[in-house]
Design a protein around this ligand. Sequence first.
Ligand SMILES: NC(=O)c1ccc[n+]([C@@H]2O[C@H](COP(=O)([O-])OP(=O)(O)OC[C@H]3O[C@@H](n4cnc5c(N)ncnc54)[C@H](OP(=O)(O)O)[C@@H]3O)[C@@H](O)[C@H]2O)c1
Length: 268
Amino acid sequence: MRIAVIGCGQIGEALIRGMLAAQFTSREEVIASSRTESRSNDLKQSLGIKATTDNHLALDGAAIVVITLKPSMVGPILSSVGTKIAKDALVISVAAGVSTSDIEACVGRISVVRAMPNLPVIIRQGITCLARGRHASSEQLQLASDLFSSVGRVMVVQEQHMDAVTGLSGSGPAFVFMVIESMAEGGVNVGLPRAVALELAAQTTAGAGAMVVQTGEHPAKLKDEVTTPAGCTVDGIMQLEEGGLRVALIKAVSRAAVRAKGLAGRES
Ligand SMILES: NC(=O)c1ccc[n+]([C@@H]2O[C@H](COP(=O)([O-])OP(=O)(O)OC[C@H]3O[C@@H](n4cnc5c(N)ncnc54)[C@H](OP(=O)(O)O)[C@@H]3O)[C@@H](O)[C@H]2O)c1
């Protein structure tokens, strides 16, 4: 089953690496397209796959077409090469703010699945939300789910929630990186060597996230468990409340989600 990755940048490369590592596909089955020859040569050398700057060539005979172009490029490129996509192919797009109907309008009656992965797909610990278009079957949704399972966890959502997903798990790694950076700065402020502070902050964030996922407990309950009466944690919590951490994060996700809606029309 040939897989074409159209616009193979950071996310495209992460997906190919994950698919190869999970043996979802083989090097011989994958072809990637990019804008520049230099990127194409890099992909050939580092991944051992076929790569080209010719999107027509990449699409030839592809059973799965993964679109990892910037959102503003999806419409123009699909409008020019969409007719090369086989009628029974599955098109998967990861472009933020580009709906399945936007894609169907370019490629016609073809099965489309919209996906929103996030940056940790690079280390195969991402989370990807999937929404299926009008013509995609349950089997094709499962195929997309199997593909993204090679780079982390997968959830299926209604397409109406995809911009909200983009604001939360798509943009979320940047928000969490800022939390880690700030906690580490706090550690440095009270005398820890920077490298120690950074590792403690990063592993604390990873461990706390894993606890929420693995225990299924509400984070407020877990927080209460580490907050002893008249202890030091509650003093820290008071500072966070005073600094407006919760409202800042709620607003960050909400603003990013609103912005996601308009991405397709922007030069991003
Ligand atoms: N990064 C994230 O965390 C993240 C998370 C979720 C979803 N996404 C979505 O993933 C998509 C890609 O993001 P990214 O960060 O991987 O971007 P990126 O690294 O900039 O990759 C875009 C790729 O598109 C290629 N390209 C540009 N014009 C082309 C053309 N005419 N034909 C073929 N290829 C072309 C570029 O090739 P050259 O390298 O040769 O210029 C580049 O490799 C976006 O739609 C974004 O919304 C990203």
